[in-house]
Write a protein that binds this ligand. Structure first.
Ligand code: 5GP
Length: 191
């Protein structure tokens, strides 16, 4: 950040306690909806903290798998699979675990990929829903929190790989971050 430019502070959206409560609620919903053997598919990397906390609230025994994707064709939702599932999901109940659903474009692509493998059921569990930004309608069966149309950071969500390890979710200043990915580091990592 150039000298003399001030960055507005990141705005708190969800505290660690609110996140814990929300994750516990989702855990209860999943535990009462599914039996042992449900496959939780997390999309790397943003959903890792959420997944890690979520699985530890479950009273059923899930299988866990990961997908890694990279976007291309900016704003089209087209993605390439960088790391595919290890498990065969054919005939299984599957829950796609997401950090945030924004336009819905990426999610729609990933759901299409999973659907082709003929799971018994396929639903989405997202920590955050930015419903106001939706371009493609998607059915979100399990939602932690609806958040406003702002760029969010923390609890897995990054900017330039920073901020994933915060245990809160904040709205960051996207213009400032574009100028300097560390724009909020000092403030958010203090004490
Ligand atoms: P969508 O395809 O729904 O527009 O967005 C998919 C991906 O974009 C999300 O899984 C997430 O990785 C990223 N994304 C969307 N909104 C945000 C945001 O506010 N903050 C961060 N850090 N990533 C976001």
């Amino acid at each position: 950040m150039p000298d003399g430019v001030t960055v507005p502070p990141a705005r708190p959206l969800l505290s660690a306690e609110q996140l814990r409560e929300g994750v516990r609620r989702l855990g209860r919903e999943l535990s009462t909806t599914y039996d042992d053997g449900v496959v939780l598919v997390a999309v790397l990397k943003g959903s890792v903290p959420f997944l890690a906390d979520l699985v530890r609230t479950l009273t059923i025994v899930p299988l866990v798998d990961f997908l890694s994707i990279s976007s291309y064709g900016e704003g089209t939702g087209r993605v390439r699979i960088l790391k595919d599932l290890d498990l065969d999901i054919h005939g299984r109940d599957v829950v796609l675990v997401e950090d945030v659903v924004d336009t819905g474009l990426t999610l729609t692509y990933v759901l299409g990929e999973l659907e082709r493998r003929q799971p018994r059921s396929l639903e989405v569990c997202t920590l955050l829903d930015k419903a106001a930004r939706r371009i493609v309608p998607v059915k979100l069966r399990f939602v932690g929190f609806e958040v406003p149309d702002e760029f969010v950071l923390g609890y897995g969500l990054d900017f330039g790989e920073r901020y994933r390890n915060l245990d809160v979710v904040v709205a960051g200043d996207l213009d400032a971050l574009r100028g300097d990915p560390d724009a909020h580091v000092e403030e958010l990592y203090a004490g």
